[in-house]
Ligand binder design. Structure first.
Ligand code: KG4
Ligand code: ZN
Length: 336
């Protein structure tokens, strides 16, 4: 069964064809990073307009690269939540129009479930149940995946997501948006013990995350140091990046360790844009090893937003009978 996936929840316009939820036939991503970089972050209205301009060509390319035509597509899966509402509506409206005009069925997909599904495309043996940790620009969520379409939230970010914290810290260090990957490289050569940063915890919600305090303490430290005459050189950037990364990873790992110590070995899936972070990958691998858990990591090219993950999850939603009509709406927030 061939599913055409469409994703436009943030700053990537993406389309992909996936067969039976596991085999990626094409994966086209048009990134808007260059457009938003001048503003230091995503400008929602500009994102919506850029999606509108890109979507036809991206979908055409996805069909072409999959050596298929719209006639051979069995259903259209589209991200309808969560994300920037204007951006989501662009992809959703396109998908609805395409489904209506071609008589195909439409399947709404939750973006976070999509990130998890990126792992189905590369790990043939991966099947629920497992615990998933999605760490991205917009989300930090620890979830129990009981079945392909049955999710239970264990903990999530109460304020900034991990990726957002990465990008804002990168910005104060003068790195271009999005700075996560640059922070990753800098952290590899910096001294993680140079600055003492900590991420807070949420009273009464031991699995939840809060990164805005950590982000603010990094920003304050940088401003204070610069006011004291510290030069913004590579050594300073690297030490801040390493110290910040260590604190962020510690808060993620503490929650994972707590879960594993209570519930024993289990299968764990890491996903989301920040899952590309080499330090996070290593730390979570070590934790999994320590508890005898099996860890599934997405390949770097499927960590960030893409539509193959949406087509994959769309397949499982389709099998479950999930469908969207012409009245299907988009939602900026939606529980997983
Ligand atoms: O999943 P994603 O593409 O978008 C959302 O759904 O939010 O994640 C994008 C985020 C950005 O914040 C970016 O800086 C971050 O992922 N990111 C990284 C790395 N690569 C991308 N953060 C840390 N280390 C990386 N290597
Ligand atoms: Zn995402």
């Amino acid at each position: 069964m061939k599913i055409l996936g469409i994703e436009s929840s943030c700053d990537e316009t993406a389309a992909s064809v996936v067969e039976d939820g596991r085999k990626m036939l094409s994966n086209v991503v048009a990134s808007q990073i260059d457009i938003h970089a001048v503003y230091g972050g995503v400008v929602p209205e500009i994102a919506s307009r850029a999606h509108t301009e890109a979507i036809c060509g991206v979908v055409e390319n996805a069909l072409l690269q999959a050596e298929t035509t719209i006639d051979e597509i069995d259903a259209i899966a589209v991200t309808n939540a969560p994300g920037l509402i204007g951006a989501l509506l662009t992809g959703l409206s396109f998908a609805k129009g395409l489904a209506f005009s071609t008589g195909k069925e439409l399947v709404p997909v939750h973006h976070i479930r999509g990130h998890v599904a990126a792992n189905y495309l590369v790990h043939e043996d991966l099947k629920p149940p497992f615990v998933a940790l999605v760490v991205s620009g917009g989300h930090t969520s620890l979830m129990r995946v009981k079945d392909y379409t049955d999710y239970e939230l264990i903990g999530c970010a109460r304020d900034d997501a991990a990726g957002e914290a990465f990008d804002k810290c990168a910005r104060v260090l003068g790195l271009p948006y999005p700075g996560g990957a640059a922070m990753d490289k800098l952290a590899s050569v910096g001294d993680a013990n140079k600055y003492k940063f900590t991420a807070g915890s949420v009273d009464g919600a031991e699995y939840d995350f809060t990164f805005s305090g950590l982000k603010t303490s990094v920003i304050n430290l940088v401003h204070t140091e610069l006011q004291r005459g510290r030069v913004m050189d590579d050594e300073f950037r690297a030490d801040v990046a390493a110290s910040f990364t260590a604190a962020l990873i510690k808060t993620i790992n503490t929650r994972l360790e707590l879960l594993l110590s209570r519930e024993g070995a289990m299968n764990i899936v890491l996903a989301g844009g920040v899952a590309a972070n080499s330090h996070l990958r290593r730390a979570v691998s070590e934790t999994a090893d320590k508890f005898g858990a099996k860890l599934y990591l997405p390949p770097l090219k499927l960590c960030g937003d893409n539509a193959a993950m949406i087509a994959s999850q769309g397949y499982f939603e389709y099998l479950k009978g999930v469908r969207g009509g012409t009245d299907l709406n988009a939602f900026a927030t939606k529980s997983v």
